[in-house]
Write a protein that binds this ligand. Structure first.
Ligand code: 5RP
Length: 225
């Protein structure tokens, strides 16, 4: 079976009756949402908050009861994909452009599970470009600032057009390279006007579920959580 599907299906088993569940975005989360939908069809009683319009549409079609961000004050369990994660559970997310809502929902969660295939496990994050969500107004200046830091930002383009997030903003993808100084970049990003959020999700998860080529799912617990 597809490694992403293995992880997604296994993650759905962590959802329990009565939970408010954060539903992630991307091709791995897609399988998890389908599996949660199947359980809802079979009687699981939950409410959920989606992290993107795409996931909202998928979950609604599956009959998963949804709440809006203004209706919640916490999330019991958030399950989402990652683009890269290191042994200290520092992750890069946002390859699908949903990082802002993903971070809002994950930050409200009592427990976070990241799901992935083996390719996402790395010794050092940074080979995957770090997505940064920036306001359209002042984007040119924010990108110039990032260029000044030597981060080689690339304004994200899809189908020949500048990519616009569900929140109406742009994404700059930073080419940092594996082993970049995580805290330094984070601090500098936090100080740039126009940066709304970035894809550094540092030590946020309680466990990761990794779908493996041999058909198993490896569970790695974060003992610091
Ligand atoms: C979307 C994300 C995704 O979770 C991340 O890009 C992983 O995607 P996939 O499961 O398709 O590999 O952060 O913004």
């Amino acid at each position: 079976m597809d490694m992403k599907k293995l992880a997604g299906k296994e993650a759905a088993e962590y959802v329990q009756d009565g939970m408010l569940v954060g539903l992630g975005t991307g091709s791995t989360a897609y399988h998890m949402v389908n599996a949660v939908g199947e359980r809802v069809k079979n009687g699981l009683r939950i409410q959920a908050i989606p992290t993107s319009k795409a996931t909202e549409e998928q979950a609604r079609a599956l009959g998963i009861p949804l709440l809006g961000i203004d209706e919640i004050d916490h999330v019991d369990l958030c399950i989402d994909g990652v683009d890269e994660i290191d042994p200290a559970f520092n992750a890069i997310k946002g390859g699908g452009g949903a990082l802002y809502r993903e971070k809002v929902v994950a930050s409200l969660a009592r427990e976070v599970i990241w799901i992935m295939d083996e390719s996402k496990l790395v010794d050092q994050i940074g080979a995957f470009p770090l997505p940064v969500e920036i306001a359209q107004y002042g984007a040119k200046q924010a990108i110039a600032k990032m260029e000044g830091y030597g981060w080689n930002p690339v304004l994200r383009v899809r189908d020949g057009k500048t990519f616009v997030t569900d929140n109406g903003n742009f994404i700059a993808d930073l080419q940092l390279g594996a082993g970049f100084a995580i805290e330094d970049v984070k601090t500098k990003l936090d100080g740039i006007v126009g940066v709304l959020e970035h894809g550094l999700f540092l030590n946020m998860c309680k466990r990761i579920l990794v779908g493996c080529a041999d058909g198993t799912v490896k569970t790695i617990e974060n003992e610091s959580k």
